[in-house]
Design a protein around this ligand. Structure first.
Ligand SMILES: *Cc1c(COP(=O)(O)O)cnc(C)c1O
Length: 126
């Protein structure tokens, strides 16, 4: 059910009405999409999936301006849940980050090849 949305247009529309824009950019990863550069105020990534890439650590990150992040830090889930990234998870996620761009290029090329094969005449789906 994922849809590609025009983040810049949404941010422009929202900001004209004083509304902040948050984007969960987990599926694209920073290798394919940078919502802050498109006008989003907050970006959320699961570190568990593409960014780590090895299935051996869990984590998440929220990016944005200092004021908003400070508010989230002081009032968010960190204190009730005591959720904090362990040093080992941080190490594993940073290791995965080093190959993110290469992996996302291959994911994109493979996805395009599958889509083109499914779209080809005679495959029954095109
Ligand atoms: C999985 C997922 C999350 C949550 O990430 P976890 O690291 O598994 O907690 C958030 N957003 C999207 C789009 C996801 O696919």
């Amino acid at each position: 059910m994922s849809r590609i949305l025009d983040i810049a247009a949404i941010a422009k529309h929202a900001h004209s009405r004083g509304v902040k824009v948050a984007v969960d950019s987990t599926f694209a990863s920073p290798a394919l999409q940078r919502p802050l550069e498109l006008g989003a105020d907050i970006v959320i990534h699961s570190l568990t999936k593409y960014i780590n890439g090895h299935g051996d650590a869990r984590g998440g990150v929220i990016l944005g301006d200092a004021k908003t992040l400070h508010l989230l830090r002081e009032t968010g889930l960190r204190y009730p849940t005591r959720a904090a990234l362990s040093p080992m998870s941080a190490f594993l996620i940073l290791r995965g980050l080093k190959t993110l761009t290469l992996r996302m290029e291959r994911h994109s090329a493979s996805g395009l090849a599958v889509a083109q094969a499914l779209d080809a005449p005679g495959c029954g789906l095109g």
